[in-house]
Design a protein around this ligand. Structure first.
Ligand code: PMP
Length: 303
């Protein structure tokens, strides 16, 4: 089946889904997006993604054409059109076409785009655990480009990922301007210490929906969890560590800066959280098809 894309209220073949070269999303990274996943015919945490999209829009003073319900309907309709059962969804709102000024004043029509894919692999062999290095690039400061805005401007993350790849690592860990741990390039970061789970407060990173889910899961599993700043020393001496994000899901980290974390293998608390997460994603979510809880899939497509 040919891939179909939602652009501005229409679902069209991928070859016809285009944006203007004058779109400020292209010219300036002026726009916002969400990465969302579908599992077993349901979109996971769709309302939270739509809410965060509207929060990002408010922060950059972009008026999304449509209500949150309209945008949620567009996501579900695009999944349905592409017969998605399991898959990855990219929801993008660009500032729209304008003149060559950095000011968005001339951009009168923001564009809404929904792309869906039946699968997405973010890290090779994630179950063995990732090798992570600290990035020389500090995470964007909250008073520069606030990392809580999920904007189309990902150069900070791209630079960190290029450097990590050059150094033979799977992922980069970015610190904030003060040297506290912020997050990875497309994931939030957790460590497990003797006292329980630790993750940084969201002032220096994206308010991840998977992060919030992990905190809920930890509470249901009676694993103590704290949100407070911590340093690389805490990371290097942690019992376990993992990354979490919609695309990557929950991925164990086995080395950071060539220091072995715990036993050097994915840890037991991480395994419990991964297992609870796998159950949760397959038992909740916004249905794509009427009465579709038990939908069979081949390669992410409906059969
Ligand atoms: N941090 C960054 C920089 C990201 O791009 C992402 C992916 N959206 C995350 C964290 C994880 O957020 P979520 O769990 O909502 O996907």
């Amino acid at each position: 089946m040919d891939e179909a894309i939602y652009v501005d209220g229409r679902i069209v073949p991928a070859a016809e889904a285009t944006v203007s070269v004058f779109d400020h999303g292209l010219l300036y990274g002026d726009g916002i997006f969400e990465g969302i996943r579908a599992y077993g015919g349901r979109v996971f945490k769709l309302d939270q993604h739509i809410e965060r999209l509207f929060d990002s829009a408010r922060a950059i003073r972009l008026t999304i054409p449509g209500t949150p319900e309209d945008i949620a309907d567009a996501v579900v309709a695009t999944c349905r059109h592409n017969e998605i059962v399991d898959g990855y969804i990219r929801l993008v709102v660009t500032r729209g076409a304008g003149d060559l000024s950095v000011s968005p004043a001339s951009c009168l029509h923001p564009r809404v785009i929904v792309i869906v894919k039946p699968s997405l692999a973010v890290h090779r062999d994630p179950s063995a655990g990732l090798h992570v290095v600290t990035s020389p690039f500090r995470r964007n400061a909250p008073d520069a480009t606030p990392p809580g805005i999920k904007s189309l401007n990902y150069l900070n993350n791209v630079l960190a990922r290029i450097d990590a790849t050059d150094r033979g690592a799977d992922e980069a860990l970015l610190l904030d301007a003060q040297g506290y741990v912020a997050e990875a390039t497309v994931e939030n970061f957790f460590i497990m210490t003797d006292r329980g789970l630790l993750t940084p407060p969201t002032s220096t990173n994206l308010k991840g929906i998977t992060r919030a889910t992990v905190l809920e899961i930890a509470s249901s599993l009676n694993i103590r969890a704290e949100e407070r700043p911590f340093t690389l020393l805490d990371v290097w001496t942690a019992r376990e560590a993992f990354l979490c994000g919609t695309a990557a899901e929950i991925v164990p980290v086995v080395t950071v800066d060539k220091r072995t974390i715990g036993t050097g293998r994915p840890g037991p608390a991480t395994a419990r959280i991964v297992s609870a997460f796998a159950t949760l994603v397959r038992s909740t979510g916004t249905p794509i098809y009427a009465g579709a809880a038990e939908t069979a899939a081949v390669g992410g497509y409906r059969v």
